[in-house]
Design a protein around this ligand. Structure first.
Ligand code: SF4
Length: 658
């Protein structure tokens, strides 16, 4: 596709003006200087094919600020996001709306990861005439539903089948992985949903992918990829703050127990389908299954992340057993006398897994960390300390514009932490403050007298300090914790200290899936939600249902995390101060995400409670405060209660502040 020369394009400022096409087409559209500034910078970067890193505060309207220049350019643009929610929003809502308002029909494709598409070949395998380990009750019913849906779906996108939730284990059986896809040797290749989705993406002007797919394409790591970027005029990375960690994973190596279990299942199914399953084949696959079960038992009760040097001595022998069992399966199935391609493909997978296992054991600790993830089956991982050089080489090899954007990329006004991690040191940077009136609509409460976060009873002290604020708001609060332990302590504390006039419902992460909890929170209007992890970012609750955000501690990665320890050691060897160069900026960016949950719309009002006393007692506390939107801070509880009383929409049955 040939891009329209930039000087002949409609002027971006006209599109965003008070009487422009957006104002005519969108209810409630109001020109925002911040949005226009970002759109013009993105347009310029697209025209000049340069790299731009933009931090756009909440409310800038950053998606429109890159979608409009992308649409106007007429060029081919790849947009990569960190989450499925944003992918869906861009594809189903924002792009149709914008292309209608501009009167520019545009071919858009949404490409999800493999795991989101039904694999027609594996669906047939799931009906293999042999019992597959790991699938018991409920399996038959779900499989029948999938089979009925498979007859009528045209996209194969598993989210279409709402009666079988995407979290169900059965989807793992009927979707493909890079390891088990037969590629062009597949009998279903012509009708494959994944192949069709990729073809559509290649033909589209605007393609929406996620960071994993973008990296696969960038590094040509997967067959069928390497086809999106070559023709692209621009790449936009939204939610770019997630990109460095995903890239580190991507340039690393992993070996999952689950992949071996899936291989034994596929071996059983393919052999039985081909009529080749005899007693010795069955025994060999069972031996492999046992070999992988043993180290799982060995790691029981150990931490969720274990550095390779801290593994039990017997673990290495277990790995050698798995290796031998994999080689035996490979020798049996990848036999040139066997004419069934699908059986031989399982054999090849076994040798590839054996190689990967061997590689993990040989990798150098100088370049990265070898560790084991120990939750629901183990995963051996190697994460390189540095990916910037490789990323930079890939980016430079593609002469198109690269736009990185997120609400959290800078520490204070400094982008170095991000740009150095992704090898974009030469990129232009732009910081756009949130247009929301934090000075008027928000307050920062720093409670007095809290003990050090390491003290016993710290979580109870946080709750004690936060409860008068929560009561003044009539509930309507997020309580964000830095650990699961603190989360469950807080849930217990709240249950035990609940007063008869505390009429706010309490929701706790884990009681229901994330989206269901958030839906309930919005519907209730006066709930208190206790959460950690994924609730710190990407959650959008507008209006008075969320009027208080309490954060228990500064979100430093726990010091015993092996990945953190290894990164700090790598930085020390480079002569850098690991705390200043890595730990502090990471924590600042995480805090910005958490705080960003409160004010989501122009008339949102509320209070941030930052309980951690280190904000005032330590010198580095200033770096956190300086990175937050500027808002009045106080230690005076009465002032906070008054503010909530006056500014938060009163509930009819409102509890008076104590
Ligand atoms: S090509 Fe791969 S994903 Fe497509 S049907 Fe065959 S095995 Fe499944």
């Amino acid at each position: 596709m040939v891009a329209i020369p930039w000087d002949r394009m409609p002027v971006i400022s006209e599109v965003f003006s008070a009487d422009g096409p957006l104002a005519r087409a969108l209810d409630g559209f109001a020109p925002r200087a911040e949005q226009l500034l970002m759109a013009q910078a993105v347009g310029e970067a697209m025209a000049q094919r340069t790299q731009l890193v933009v931090e756009a505060g909440t409310g800038t309207g950053k998606t429109f600020a890159y979608l409009i220049p992308a649409l106007l350019s007429g060029g081919r643009v790849v947009i990569s996001t960190g989450t499925r929610t944003l992918q869906d929003q861009l594809f189903h809502r924002d792009l149709p709306l914008l292309s209608r308002s501009l009167g520019r029909p545009v071919k858009v494709a949404l490409l999800k990861g493999r795991a989101n598409y039904l694999c027609r070949h594996r669906l047939q395998l799931a009906r293999a005439p042999v019992a597959l380990p790991g699938f018991g009750r409920g399996f038959e019913g779900a499989l029948a539903k999938i089979e009925r849906w498979a007859l009528q779906t045209t996209s194969g996108d598993i989210s279409e089948l709402e009666t079988v939730p995407e979290s169900e284990a059965i989807w793992g059986l009927v979707t493909s992985t890079r390891d088990n896809c037969l590629g062009q040797a597949c009998p279903e290749f012509r009708d494959c949903h994944l192949v069709a989705a990729r073809r559509e993406a290649q033909a589209a002007q605007l393609v929406i992918v996620n960071h994993h797919l973008l990296l696969a394409d960038l590094t040509l790591k997967e067959e069928g990829f390497g086809e999106l970027l070559p023709g692209a005029d621009a790449v936009v990375l939204d939610e770019a703050h997630q990109f460095p960690d995903i890239a580190a994973q991507f340039f690393g190596l992993s070996f999952a127990a689950r992949a071996v279990q899936a291989l034994t299942r596929d071996g059983l199914a393919e052999l039985s389908r081909a009529g080749l399953l005899d007693a010795s084949g069955r025994a060999e696959l069972a031996r492999l299954d046992e070999a992988v079960a043993l180290p799982t038992q060995l790691l029981m009760g150990l931490p969720e992340r274990i550095a390779s040097e801290d593994l039990p001595a017997a673990f290495a022998e277990c790995l050698a057993d798995i290796s031998r069992a994999l080689e035996a399966v490979a020798a049996r199935l990848d036999d040139e006398n066997l004419e069934i391609a699908a059986v031989r493909a399982v054999g090849r997978r076994a040798s590839e897994l054996a190689l990967r296992l061997d590689e993990w054991q040989q990798l150098s600790d100088e370049e990265g960390l070898r560790f084991v993830e120990n939750s629901r089956g183990f995963v051996l991982r190697f994460t390189p300390f540095e990916v910037a050089t490789r990323l930079k080489a890939h980016v430079l090899a593609r002469p198109c514009a690269w736009i990185h954007t997120s609400a959290t990329l800078a520490v204070g006004t400094d982008f170095t932490h991000y740009t150095e991690r992704v090898g974009a040191q030469e990129a232009l940077t732009l910081q756009i403050a949130s247009p929301f009136d934090y000075e008027r609509n928000a307050k920062l409460y720093l409670p007095k007298g809290l003990p050090e976060p390491s003290a016993r009873g710290y979580t109870a002290a946080v709750l004690e300090a936060a409860l008068p604020v929560i009561r003044a708001a009539g509930g309507r609060a997020f309580l964000l914790f830095t650990s699961h332990r603190a989360l469950s302590e807080a849930a217990q504390y709240l249950a035990q200290t609940r007063r008869s006039d505390d009429d706010f419902p309490v929701l706790v992460q884990g009681e229901a899936p994330r989206d269901a909890l958030l839906r309930r929170f919005r519907e209730l209007g006066n709930a208190v939600l206790l959460a950690t992890g994924s609730f710190w970012e990407g959650v959008d609750v507008r209006g008075s249902a969320l009027s208080v955000v309490v954060i228990d501690k500064l979100p430093f990665v726990p010091p015993d995390d092996p990945l953190l320890k290894a990164r700090l050691e790598a930085l020390r060897r480079e002569g850098k101060n690991g705390f200043m160069a890595y730990q502090l900026p990471q924590a600042v960016l995480a805090l910005k995400q958490g705080v960003g949950r409160l004010i989501r719309a122009t008339d949102d009002t509320g209070v941030i409670v930052l309980a951690d006393p280190r904000l005032r007692s330590k010198g580095y506390g200033r770096a956190f405060i300086a990175s937050l939107p500027s808002m009045p801070a106080t230690q005076d509880l009465a002032e906070i209660q008054r503010f909530l009383q006056e500014r938060v929409v009163p509930l009819p049955q409102r509890t008076q502040p104590s």
